[in-house]
Design a protein. Structure first.
Length: 348
């Protein structure tokens, strides 16, 4: 079996354009490997390959479904498609979103880990939350090499900080050194890593789900345990995937998310519900004040009841708004935030 490292998979999100330009700018024009990049660009048209091509000595292009992998080429996941590898070819999929993103890094990393094993170099760059952590875990478990951008060097440190507990990274470095680290990793030799078969098996199942867009209860029973949670995308039943870090979940229709991205989405839903409550309380308050104006002055008992109701409504509205303000101060940027930033960058 060929153990030469020549497949490089890269995850990036907020701050990723600058990081990717730095990384690619450091690679030689005769780089003897294939580079595949998953950056959160959402569904909008993207000129990311052009923006990266200005600084890269290697050709950069959006991936095309069924295209054979070529060496010394940089492939970028196109908008609203997961980019996977299968039988030495690129596969594009509109499979279920992962971490509320498509393209997402985890499907790419897992597919590369399954089909290329020790040949893979996984790289996690700047970004919010934790897309890429589970994928890098699969790369590591299948014998691949892992590189993580130093969180202190990132515009958004969430993705690297989440990747580091998931694997014992071979390299942690500022982005200015990662291009060189990738080149070095092509030739570094050492004792082959032991393949973690349980993680590899999970990666095989999840890669098939991402490629086909289909999932089943049987698949999920093999991946983990049924939970009491429901999917925020489709409302389906959710299973906890595997053990250890990162904590992950997947629903029976195929949507997958980490605990961090799930928590953020639930937080958004809670916020929407609270704002809806504020609106309803304020509407009740308006109606109560209007009712008060038309109560005859001699109906003192009725007037007092409405005034008490107005006071309770005002108190409830103020308390709910204070909760919202407190949540806003402690907000963690989430998928919509980093997809928006990345979309703007990739559209030039």
């Amino acid at each position: 079996m060929d153990h030469t490292r020549d497949i490089v998979v890269v995850a990036a999100s907020a701050g990723g354009l600058a990081a990717l330009r730095t990384l690619l700018g450091a690679l030689p024009g005769d780089f003897p490997g294939t580079i595949l990049i998953a950056m959160h660009t959402g569904a909008f048209p993207s000129v990311l390959p052009d923006l990266l091509g200005y600084v890269s000595r290697l050709p950069v292009a959006h991936a095309h479904d069924g295209e054979p992998l070529r060496r010394s080429v940089v492939y970028v996941a196109p908008p609203d498609r997961h980019m996977l590898v299968h039988d030495d070819r690129l596969r594009l999929s509109r499979g279920p979103r992962e971490n509320f993103a498509r393209p997402a890094a985890d499907p790419l990393f897992r597919s590369a880990a399954v089909f290329y094993g020790r040949r893979v170099i996984g790289v996690v760059l700047t970004g919010h939350l934790d897309d890429g952590a589970a994928g890098l875990r699969a790369v590591h478990a299948c014998g691949g090499y892992s590189i993580v951008q130093d969180p202190a060097d990132c515009v958004a440190s969430g993705m690297p900080r989440s990747a580091l507990p998931a694997v014992v990274a071979d390299v942690v470095a500022p982005v200015s050194e990662i291009g060189g680290a990738i080149v070095n990793a092509l030739t570094i030799t050492g004792v082959p890593k032991e393949v973690e078969m349980s993680v590899r098996k999970q990666a095989e199942i999840e890669t098939r789900i991402a490629r086909t867009g289909r999932s089943s209860v049987k698949d999920l029973e093999q991946l983990g345990q049924h939970s009491s949670l429901t999917c925020p995308e489709c409302g389906g039943v959710v299973w906890r995937v595997g053990e250890g870090q990162p904590l992950r979940y997947r629903c029976h229709t195929g949507h997958a998310f980490s605990a961090a991205s799930l928590n953020h989405r639930q937080s958004e839903s809670t916020e929407e519900a609270l704002w809806s409550a504020v609106r309803r309380l304020d509407e009740e308050l308006i109606l109560a004040k209007q009712q008060l104006r038309f109560i005859p002055t001699d109906e003192k008992e009725n007037i007092e009841k409405v005034r008490q109701r107005i006071a309770r409504l005002q108190q409830a509205s103020t308390a709910t708004q204070n909760i919202l303000l407190d949540r806003e101060e402690n907000r963690t940027p989430g998928p919509q935030h980093f997809e928006k930033q990345s979309e703007e960058a990739s559209r030039g």
